[in-house]
Design a protein around this ligand. Sequence first.
Ligand code: XMP
Length: 506
Amino acid sequence: KILILDFGSQYTQLIARRVRELNVYCEIHPFNKIPELDADIKGVILSGSPSSVRDADAPKPDLSNIKGHLPLLGVCYGAQLLAAEFGGEVEGAPSREYGRAMLTVKDQIDPLMLNVPSPTQVWMSHGDTITRLPENYHIIGSTENVQAAAYHIEGEKTWGIQFHPEVYHSTDGTQILSNFVLGICGCSGTWSPDSFIETTVAELKAKLGDDRVILGLSGGVDSSVAAMLLNKAIGQNLTCIFVNNGLLRKNEFDDVLDSYKHMGLNVIGVDASERFYNDLKGVTDPEQKRKIIGRDFVEVFNAEAKKIEGARWLAQGTIYPDVIESCSVKGPSATIKSHHNVGGLPKEMNLKIVEPLRLLFKDEVRRVGKAMNMDQRLLGRHPFPGPGLGIRIIGEVTAEKVRVLQEADAIFINGLRDAGLYDSVWQAGVMLLPVQSVGVMGDERTYESCVALRAVISTDGMTADWVHLPYEFLANVSNEIINKVRGVNRVVYDISSKPPATIEWE
Ligand code: XMP
């Protein structure tokens, strides 16, 4: 496997995903918590960073057990660190360099540059530049502004590159990473969804034996794939619980429950809608709503879980981005919204946690699901917030508002599917606004609600842009909603990006 040391760059996870795409397993660890360097680690990559090596408090780990001993590739900050710490010089560039640059390969037979055409487009994002390299550093690539854009340390398997090979705009970035990971480090590239399934199922069997396991299904990709893996390993010893909080999409509870049963899962559906509606009465504050929905979910889930005799384990669909220890070199980021809805477990049940997907990225979870022949429609689903439509009804939630929103949402989402747009949108939904406005239908004056359509593209939900959906399409959706959904006489389209807006309105 490959070890990636994180210095807090926004691109670190992308490096990991690119390495995984080469079917090589890798792990991200914070720069200040280097794990034990066992024989499994075939090479190390140093990530970029928002810091400057010139800062007094710049992250500078002790690399003496790595550099010169294992293949090492420094990317951006990583490359500057390897230069600055060993006798070179790094200075603030006269102008920060962001975006495309053309790299001229200076050494075509260098193993890192094999099969990389010259010149090739690379993506730069840095404020500092290496102005002088230590003596035994050999330049293998340059751009117009950056002499030392890529170098090799003679006598060592150590390289540094100023650009970001992991981003899409570095045309031959994948080739360079492949040269490092498969060529220089000698990784075998056999880590595939099938091999993951095989080893994970075997591990789960060994770990769980004849124990009973409980899992909460949400209808989303992660919990569903986790359930299928466990089902493969322990079959009917897995009991799944699927709670209807009354805030799911139209028909979702029945449809999803049905498809789970078809998949052979042992699943219990609990309809607790009334309880959620009751507890949400009169509540308008978004965080308060989240807390109530989260608390009710835990209580309903636990009451059901307690009925399952002899349960020893709780399975969760946690994935790798939730597990990677975040490395915040610039201080902790503020909590904008509280997202976590699954709270404490009943202590007296003494359940141990099992997380079969904790090493996978989202796209890998989908690939694993596909390899298990799971329904493409389920695997390709947009993300959906835990509090569901509860945070898409601005203000107080009532059963009637949920009905109105479900209808409007179904028209929008089905419209996206029918128009072939669903898969090019990262997430879409409808918000029901606490606004009444005047309209005219036939000869009658109406005074009804307004809904806002939201469709965004994003890779992780952290930043997002609104999708430029075709006017024709928006016109059709708007017409259909106003004609068919009683209580709505106005439709607007949200054209805010995140930041400064967020994806959800609450
Ligand atoms: P925001 O609105 O913060 O949303 O831009 C980013 C992503 O997170 C989802 N989201 C939530 N998910 N519980 C969840 O499980 C929540 O309370 C919650 N709030 C927002 C949102 O749908 C988007 O995908």
